[in-house]
Design a protein around this ligand. Structure first.
Ligand code: AMP
Length: 828
């Protein structure tokens, strides 16, 4: 009630927390001056608000006149005596803002100059755009700008596992609202967006690129067991081209999708189909599998080179299921889906048969006449008596259907089609596609004509001698069959003056070869038995035998090329083992290689294979065996199986990777047998990928059942080919030493207490002194021998010093596991 009121209320120092505009919300009550009894002259209905900026809390001593006025605040509503009696509180709310602030904080001051006022609350705040994730970008808490109309541009940061597409930006308004988002982030490959985060793709799912919207299930025939996969791997035997997108299914030669039925009779159904859309190479043939509905365990397989076939021998009025698949050099594609077709019922067929009687009668008559004419021709001289081309063209005019047969005096029913019957997974007679031992034929001539086509000698042009076989020369030349283009062939001849047994053995190879049909088995064109010299004609392999070819081209191929050769050989061997044929003489010298570096298994025979092979030696139990290539059980008790072929395959792998090196170098056969029996194995060739050497060691397991099967070898090599980086790890020299000394040592790991004991165990005791003199006095020192040239020099000296003229260094080398390979190779 006194005059000149001047009351100040001061806040403590308030940090502005970085904000440059702050808001002050005041809630207060104010008494109406009119309601005051008397003394109106001093009563005020406003109060003042001030601020003072400072960087710290030193403003307590600031003078009143240094404060800057924010505003004079008046009440919208004031209360009276009456309100007091009713206990009604009329609360006023006023908001003011201040900015731009330039210091870290401020004081607020309230000046009362005579109002009856109650300041109920003061709320001081600033505005911000709260942290938000938009378009996978995180925008942080952002304090609004100092100006009330200002928009702040804020950059976002991509959330975990995401990447920038276009730099993400948003705008923070003075009111604390996010406006106008620009740009975005995307979940990186292997992650997908869920609830504004990037979640990992689960195993079985993949996302190839940030642009893909979400994780997708692996496409058909592919898989991934990893989280965050960016692609899926193809299942075994399925492939994807490098240029194929990862969303594309892995395929085998693509399955045939459409099979149409043609003519349907009571015993036969004609089918046709389209070549697959995306064949995995040139289609070599189709396989048609069929069975009577609900009798799947008993099915038949026919092969055809064309895209149509008439399947006969069916039951009338019966439903049959057909599936077709294609084969390329890469193998078989998947079978098509099942197609169901029904033969005509007997009654219909019978009536139509009757209606066809006149036609049949005419056909039979014509057939008999034709047969007579054909027999007449055959009796009047062989096809090629006057030159193959002339005879065949004459026949071609007269009997077009015989064109392709000209040149063969014996042909199979239709060489383009073969039939195999299966029951419960086993091949059923007749038309069996397992290997048949020609010895089971009483007449070997019958066997050769069962499996090999007879070629007229005049169709063959011999050009030059390319090799020598046991029975005569091997020549290259050309074969011109009527209606076909001339093409190069190899011709094995049987020398004159042969015995009957020699002829039988010579043609035995053709009887075996003729049963095989596989891109990695040498293909038999036919035989010449009706004239002399007797000949076997096969496809021509430009690069000859693999061992010689590799020696000539030492170090010239990439690892992938070498593995490709090995894959081919393994694939051929898988085919042979599936057919039940045991080769017994698998070695690089018996593999032929063509100009495309395709390897094919050759040299088939029975007892004669081993008689013929200069590598084969007589064993104590009789019989000749190529010791270095042969599994111990086959040497010891003639247990030749596909598993012993796998052992030989391991040796072939070693020959290939070492470019035709002789297995076990100059060791004698007896030493090889002993060393292998003792558990010793060939060391890794130089620069050999560890995966390949491991496969070799697997093939050389003593227990034949533990060796891999050929199909497993093919798959393993396919995997390596598909993932070439897996071939980059080479066998490490020092690990090779311990590997051989320990793992294959019959005495086991750590069995050798001294170098002397070890040398004794490997029958090299006489070198003990020289080892000691050269500082190899402990097993540790021996195991340290590396490819380092100094230690090789040491070994050179060491071995020379102790070796007799005929007991060469390589033996030491083998035991030291090729550590001195650099030194040894030129020396040999
Ligand atoms: P073989 O009697 O089968 O061991 O053949 C002897 C040699 O003739 C082989 O080492 C090859 O150099 C060569 N030879 C055999 N068959 C063929 C062929 N189909 N293509 C090319 N050269 C062959």
């Amino acid at each position: 009630m006194e005059q000149n009121q001047n009351n100040w209320l001061l806040t403590s120092w308030i940090s502005n927390e970085g904000a440059s505009r702050i808001f002050i919300e005041l809630k207060f009550t104010l008494r109406d001056c009119n309601s005051l009894p008397g003394g109106l002259g001093t009563c005020k209905e406003t109060f003042n608000v001030y601020y003072f900026e400072s960087d710290d809390a030193d403003g307590r001593n600031v003078k009143e006149n240094q404060y800057i006025k924010i505003d004079t605040i008046a009440a919208d509503e004031s209360f009276t005596e009456l309100d007091l009696g009713d206990r009604v509180m009329k609360l006023n709310t006023e908001i003011r803002d201040v900015g731009p602030l330039t210091k870290k904080g401020f004081y607020l001051a309230f000046q009362d100059v005579g109002a009856c006022i109650a300041l109920v609350s003061v709320r001081v705040y600033y505005k911000k755009c709260p942290s938000v994730i938009r378009n996978l970008a995180l925008f942080p808490d952002t304090i609004t700008g100092a100006d009330s109309s200002q928009l702040l541009e804020v950059s976002g940061s991509c959330v975990n596992h995401s990447v920038t597409d276009e730099p993400p930006k948003m705008h923070c308004s003075a009111e604390g609202e996010w406006l106008v988002p620009i740009g975005k982030c995307m979940c990186k490959a292997g992650y997908e967006e869920k609830n504004s985060t990037c979640q990992v793709c689960r195993p079985g799912f993949f996302k190839a690129s940030p642009q893909s919207p979400s994780c997708s299930k692996c496409p058909p025939h592919s898989y991934t067991h990893e989280e965050a996969s960016t692609s899926c791997l193809c299942e075994e035997h399925y492939f994807r081209r490098e240029s194929d997108p990862p969303t594309m299914a892995c395929t085998t030669p693509s399955p045939i999708s459409i099979v149409k039925k043609g003519k349907i009779a009571k015993n036969s159904i004609s089918l046709s189909w389209q070549e697959p859309d995306r064949p995995n190479g040139i289609i070599l043939e189709y396989e048609i599998k069929y069975f009577e509905k609900d009798q799947e365990t008993s099915y038949t397989i026919i092969k055809s080179k064309e895209t149509k076939i008439t399947v006969d021998g069916l039951k009338p009025a019966s439903t049959y299921i057909f599936q077709i698949r294609a084969r390329t050099a890469a193998g078989y594609g998947g079978f098509s889906r099942r197609f169901e077709f029904e033969t005509s019922p007997v009654s219909v067929a019978a009536s139509s048969d009757q209606s066809q009687i006149p036609i049949i009668a005419v056909s039979v008559t014509v057939g008999v006449i034709l047969l007579a004419v054909v027999i007449g021709f055959l009796l009047s001289g062989s096809c090629c008596d006057h030159g193959c081309g002339w005879a065949s063209s004459l026949r071609a005019v007269a009997y077009p259907s015989l064109i392709w047969r000209c040149g063969y005096s014996k042909a199979k029913q239709d060489p383009e089609e073969e039939k195999m019957h299966f029951h419960n997974g086993h091949i059923k007679l007749p038309g069996v596609r397992t290997y048949i031992d020609p010895h089971t034929y009483e007449d070997p001539n019958q066997a050769v004509h069962e499996f090999a086509k007879e070629i007229e000698a005049s169709c063959i042009t011999i050009e030059r001698v390319i090799g020598a076989g046991e029975f005569g020369e091997v020549c290259s030349g050309r074969l011109k069959l009527p209606g076909k283009r001339e093409f190069p062939v190899a011709i094995k001849t049987l020398k004159v003056g042969y015995t009957e047994k020699q002829r039988r053995d010579f043609l035995g190879e053709a009887s075996i070869m003729g049963q095989f049909d596989h891109p990695n088995i040498i293909h038999l064109e036919g035989v010449v038995t009706k004239s002399k010299p007797v000949m076997i004609v096969t496809e021509y392999m430009e690069n000859g035998s693999l061992d010689t070819f590799l020696k000539k081209n030492d170090g010239q191929f990439t690892v992938i090329q070498l593995v490709g050769m090995l894959r081919g050989i393994a694939s051929g061997m898988k085919y042979l083992s599936d057919m039940g044929y045991v080769h017994r003489d698998l070695a690089a010298r018996n593999i032929l290689i063509n100009s495309n570096l395709v390897c094919k298994v050759s040299d088939f025979g029975l007892s004669r294979v081993l008689e013929d092979d200069p590598e084969a030696a007589y064993t104590t139990r009789g019989g000749k065996i190529p010791i270095r290539w042969t599994a111990p059980e086959a040497i010891a008790f003639r247990k030749f199986t596909s598993a012993s072929d796998v052992w030989s395959y391991g040796i072939v792998m070693w020959e290939v990777v070492s470019y035709g090196e002789r297995p076990y170098w100059e060791m004698t056969n007896q030493d090889v047998i002993k060393a292998v029996e003792e558990g010793y194995r060939l060391p890794s060739p130089m620069d050999c990928p560890a995966a390949l050497y491991q496969l070799m060691l697997d093939c050389w397991q003593k227990d034949r059942n533990s060796r891999p099967k050929f199909d497993e070898i093919v798959s393993m090599l396919d995997k390596l080919i598909r993932n070439p980086s897996s071939l980059k790890t080479l066998v490490n020299a020092s690990s090779r030493v311990s590997n051989l000394l320990v793992e294959h040592s019959p005495l086991g790991s750590g069995a050798y207490r001294s170098v002397g004991e070890w040398l004794e165990a490997i029958k090299m005791g006489r070198y003990t002194e020289i080892f000691m003199e050269n500082g190899y006095s402990s097993m540790d020192a021996v195991a340290q021998v590396t490819l380092d040239s100094n230690s090789c020099k040491g070994m050179n000296h060491l071995v020379k010093g102790g070796a007799s003229p005929t007991s060469p260094c390589f033996r030491m080398d083998i035991r030291l596991e090729g550590s001195c390979a650099d030194w040894r190779r030129p020396a040999l």
